[in-house]
Design a binder for this molecule. Structure first.
Ligand SMILES: Cc1cc2nc3c(=O)[nH]c(=O)nc-3n(C[C@H](O)[C@H](O)[C@H](O)COP(=O)(O)OP(=O)(O)OC[C@H]3O[C@@H](n4cnc5c(N)ncnc54)[C@H](O)[C@@H]3O)c2cc1C
Length: 556
């Protein structure tokens, strides 16, 4: 019989067999893997912050803000009505609200403000939680987090900028830095002729006085990619006369006297995903800047920032996997087909368990590397792990994410292809972390560079695998194969992806064998390490504890 709707009209049918909305749950509390990792990696003290952010991220309000901010991407205004240049990206109010929420939750700052052991891990957990809900804002939060070591190359500049960047207040007003209550920072490296090969940069800095560290310069040139262009400042690479020898500069949007700096927005990029965040093309023309770090050491200075953004992207991709899995699990346990819940169909169980394994391995790896940052100062082996583990984790986790999200999307059937489900947004976002701040090949070459630059790096990485020797014969055999692969230096550049992948899998296997339930560790070793697995998700061998693996992942 037709149901009567609230407006008195007759509906043609009753809606059945559609899952309830996935909202108003605590994204932290339902994530057993995250909860365990936060405690294990030394950041238990941040649990209350994680719980608060988890409640926000799982709320209907957050879902609405994320949808609106992405459905209404920023628009460029180059001039005002009188023809004066204004160069602004204008955002939907939802974007500003999200920025205030993320910065208010210390997603960008906790690593530097907490001043206690576990601070990088705690911040990584907050970033992971935030990225479950929305990814465009993850760009400005990630850059604010990562900029601090680069800024500290100049005491006076750091004294002005650091407290404002680490402030929990979002202050979008275009003011000189000393008048701001909170600030954001972008980075401008990539030019048309080269992004990976930064030495190809042609932007030029001319000293306005004596020059050198802290000195004033006028920059002229372009940047082909500059995200979050409404930031208060931009760490920029330019040469000072000798092409290929780059220095790092801080370009403020507003000058100390309150006037606009000569910062020209040419276009906003029409991007596949990450649509709430603006990414732009910019021109510098006699643009005022100050040098940060030593002249000619620009790449080394900005790479300190890049290194931290890389671990943040691995964290963010782990979160994209987790959120896709949450949607898939939620749908499969509410939707029936052929007289059974999808979640009870044997083949769907294989898919869900396989996805759950991948998501767990990604989360434990990223938080383990975050801990290595925490312990870097007092433990050299941890410092070396943070160096090489970051590109290893970024490469492998970001590489797995697009295939992962595609599979999770399919678990929702046709609904997964529809914008309202939230899956298309995750799908469009999925490849990005694998591209920016070093695309796959470049990241794998960085793994090799880390091995070559400091000979102790690889032994430190391998020593980290030793404690698990003997726990699982498949893991032992895989570590042996990795050792052989690494000992062979012939054609090593062409084998860099293979090496990075094996290193990631070995470390993930070691972490799961040590810390996860045997159902998870066993399935990971059987499939990823011993190779009893197909080329698509859902090809785990029979006889594994699918139900236990799924139950661990499914709490909502
Ligand atoms: C949405 C978005 C926002 C961005 N925001 C910013 C920003 O705010 N600031 C900024 O500076 N940049 C930004 N970027 C640029 C980004 O960091 C670069 O696109 C990226 O580093 C790759 O550089 P490229 O595009 O010049 O590609 P290329 O350097 O031309 O590389 C193309 C391909 O070749 C591969 N490759 C390069 N060198 C080698 C090699 N030696 N061996 C084998 N393969 C190689 C790469 O891995 C890549 O797959 C952004 C990019 C995107 C998509």
């Amino acid at each position: 019989m037709a149901a009567v709707t609230t407006d008195g009209l007759y509906a043609t049918h009753e809606v059945t067999n559609q899952p309830p909305a996935l909202e108003d749950y605590n994204a932290y509390e339902q994530d057993t893997v995250l909860v365990e990792a936060l405690h294990r990696e030394g950041a238990s003290w941040a649990e209350e912050k994680a719980r608060r952010l988890g409640a926000l991220v799982g709320s209907a309000r957050m879902a609405t803000l994320a949808r609106l901010a992405n459905a209404h991407p920023p628009e460029l205004r180059t001039h005002d009505r009188f023809g004066n240049r204004v160069d602004v990206a204008e955002f939907h109010p939802a974007y500003h609200e999200l920025m205030a929420l993320a910065f208010g939750a210390e997603v960008h700052s906790l690593a530097w403000t907490a001043r206690r052991p576990g601070a990088h891990t705690a911040r990584a957990a907050l970033s992971y939680l935030w990225n479950l809900g929305e990814n465009g804002i993850g760009c400005p939060t990630g850059m604010a987090y990562a900029a601090i070591p680069a800024l500290r190359h100049h005491k006076e500049i750091a004294a002005e900028w650091e407290p404002r960047i680490l402030s929990a207040e979002y202050d979008p007003r275009p003011l000189p830095i000393i008048e701001k209550t909170g600030a954001t920072l972008g980075m401008a490296m990539t030019e048309k002729q080269g992004g990976s090969d930064l030495r190809a940069n042609t932007t030029r800095g001319q000293a306005l006085g004596a020059g050198g560290p802290g000195g004033e310069y006028a920059l002229t040139g372009h940047k082909w990619f500059c995200s979050a262009p409404m930031s208060d400042g931009f760490l920029t690479l330019a040469h000072t006369g000798k092409p290929g020898v780059l220095s790092c500069f801080l370009v403020p949007r507003s000058l100390p006297d309150g006037t606009r700096n000569r910062f020209f927005l040419q276009r906003l990029k029409d991007k596949l995903g990450n649509r709430s965040n603006a990414s732009s093309e910019i021109e510098y023309h006699q643009t005022w800047a100050r040098m940060v770090g030593e002249e000619g050491r620009g790449i080394a200075t900005i790479l300190e920032m890049v290194h931290l953004t890389r671990i943040d992207f691995a964290v963010s991709s782990a979160a994209i996997m987790r959120q896709s899995l949450t949607h898939a699990l939620h749908h499969a346990r509410s939707r029936r087909a052929f007289q059974r819940l999808l979640a009870e169909q044997p083949l769907m169980k294989n898919v869900l368990a396989d996805l759950a394994l991948e998501a767990e391995a990604a989360a434990v790896l990223t938080l383990r590397i975050a801990r290595a940052f925490d312990e870097s100062e007092k433990d050299e082996r941890e410092r070396l792990l943070s160096r090489i583990g970051t590109p290893v984790a970024k490469y492998w986790i970001c590489k797995r994410t697009p295939a992962f999200v595609g599979e999770a999307l399919e678990c929702l059937g046709g609904n997964g292809f529809i914008e309202e489900s939230g899956m298309p947004r995750l799908y469009r976002e999925a490849p990005l972390n694998g591209i920016w701040e070093g695309s796959g090949n470049v990241i794998c070459l960085d793994v090799l560079r880390a091995m070559v630059r400091a000979h102790e790096t690889l032994p430190a990485f391998m020593a980290g695998l030793e404690p698990v020797r003997g726990a699982d014969r498949r893991l032992d055999a895989f570590i042996d194969a990795l050792t052989r692969e690494l000992a062979d230096r012939e054609d090593i550049e062409a084998r860099a992806r293979r090496i990075a992948e094996m290193m990631a899998l070995a470390l993930q296997g070691a972490l799961l064998v040590q810390h996860s339930p045997s159902a998870v560790a066993d399935a990971f070793c059987a499939s990823r390490l011993a190779g009893d697995w197909g080329r698509a998700f859902g090809t785990l061998p029979r006889g594994l504890a699918y139900d236990q693996i799924i139950a661990r992942a499914r709490r909502v």
